[in-house]
Design a protein around this ligand. Structure first.
Ligand code: AMP
Ligand code: MG
Length: 408
């Protein structure tokens, strides 16, 4: 049997990052930037008020108090968006709104709450230090700064920053488009009646969701029955829109294992036994004119999901240029003895909990059989037991791979 590490490195050697694309700003959300973005102007771009209030010379209001207010004539009214730069001089004030440009010579803003709100003359009842409530040009970002470097993942705040420095398009690695296909004549779509002997297709849902969580644009296809011609036709049709294809089912040694049968004929997909549990039967290769990567994952729901985590997720992340390909692993104290098959790397569903001293505790769930989805949905981590270990006893420290999307 092939080792997990060897299978993964073969996959990652084949997978290439997608070519860069210049996209509209919102289409870059969730992608990885591949250029350094330089601010063409400072942020803020000009000195402006942080409050609704009155622009003053701090010296003029230094003695202001409730009992002894300073009264000043209001010589201008400055709104956000005003293009003319006003000016004041000692003994005068301008009413100013949040975000409006500071008038020349003013060095502080008195919030409206510390005044009587007057429009012709205003009574100011508290002092303001120089620079109070003034946002200085460039205090956030300097003109010429690299605000985001190549390799940055573009989440919501990064998209906002790009807009703030005037970018409407950016160069990114696009999200890989992934088509997920379940195979099996027993499968029906959820929402439809299920006859005895049939089951609802859950793999294509979990894997499409997992691919999206990994950063891809994933599409699911209704399940295909175990019919070689239909499967081949479907895969060929889907290749036009796919950067990667994932199938599940039909790769073990059964009589109707069509995925194996069909793709073996093409000769570009290797079907191998990988020394792991769950997930032994694995297929990977490339198909079609564009050498599109294809993963053929096992049909058992837990095997399919674990295989995705171990092999497919890092491949997706390499395609879109993510800095971190792998899930975070932590050391955790095992709460319950766990047996593991000789010679196979085990990925055991588990609940990971932080303990009060900052370390982690981890508890394996259930029997670790690969059809048990209930446990999988409760798991927030996979305990990884190396090939040569057959038992880990309670109290020993193990590696736990975190499935980050589960928040509770
Ligand atoms: P196979 O690899 O096709 O022999 O499938 C192995 C087991 O996984 C069988 O019990 C299948 O019914 C089940 N299975 C296969 N595909 C799916 C799917 N898409 N959703 C849920 N279970 C599945
Ligand atoms: Mg099947």
């Amino acid at each position: 049997m092939k080792r997990v590490a060897d299978h993964l490195s073969d996959i990652l050697e084949t997978i290439r990052p997608l070519p860069a694309l210049d996209v509209q700003l919102l289409d870059a959300h969730g992608c990885v930037l591949i250029e350094d973005v330089v601010a063409p102007w400072p942020l803020p771009q000009f000195d402006n008020s942080a409050m609704d209030g009155y622009a003053v010379l701090a010296d003029d209001v230094a003695g202001a108090s409730e009992d002894d207010p300073v009264e000043l004539p209001v010589v201008a009214d400055i709104a956000a968006g005003d293009l003319q730069v006003s000016a004041i001089s000692s003994g005068l004030t301008a009413r100013i709104m949040t975000g409006a440009p500071m008038p020349a010579r003013a060095d502080a803003v008195v919030p409206v709450e510390h005044t009587d709100g007057g429009t012709a003359r205003v009574r100011i009842t508290s002092p303001a230090k120089p620079s109070a409530h003034v946002r200085r040009a460039g205090e956030d970002v300097n003109s010429g700064d690299v605000v985001l470097g190549a390799g940055t993942y573009l989440g919501a705040p990064q998209i906002g920053l790009l807009a703030a420095v005037g970018r409407d398009r950016v160069a990114v690695r696009p999200k890989p488009r992934i088509v997920v296909i379940s195979t099996g004549s027993e499968l029906v779509e959820p929402g439809n009646p299920v006859a005895l002997g049939q089951i609802t297709d859950s793999n294509s849902f979990s894997l499409t969701a997992a691919a999206r969580e990994a950063g891809a644009l994933a599409y699911r296809i209704p399940p295909v029955p175990d019919d070689p011609d239909r499967l081949l036709g479907l895969i060929e049709d889907q290749l036009v829109r796919a950067d990667m294809v994932i199938t599940t089912g039909g790769v073990s040694a059964g009589a109707y294992d069509v995925v194996k049968e069909v793709l073996s004929r093409l000769g570009t997909v290797a079907f191998e036994k990988v020394a792991m549990q769950p997930g032994k039967p694995q297929g990977f290769g490339t198909i079609g004119e564009e050498s599109t990567p294809i993963f053929t994952l096992p049909g058992n729901p837990v095997s399919a999901f674990v295989s995705f985590e171990v092999f497919v997720r890092p491949a997706i992340r390499k395609m879109f240029g993510a800095a971190r390909l792998h899930r975070q692993s932590v050391k955790a104290v095992l709460q319950q003895t766990l047996r593991s098959p000789e010679g196979r790397r085990q990925f055991a569903r588990a609940r990971l909990q932080p303990s009060s001293d900052g370390s982690y505790l981890v508890t394996p769930l259930g029997t670790q059989e690969s059809h048990r989805l209930g446990d999988l949905a409760y798991a927030n981590s996979l305990i990884v037991v190396p090939e040569h270990i057959t038992e880990v006893t309670a109290g020993q420290v193990v590696d736990a791979m975190r499935l980050e999307h589960r928040k509770d």
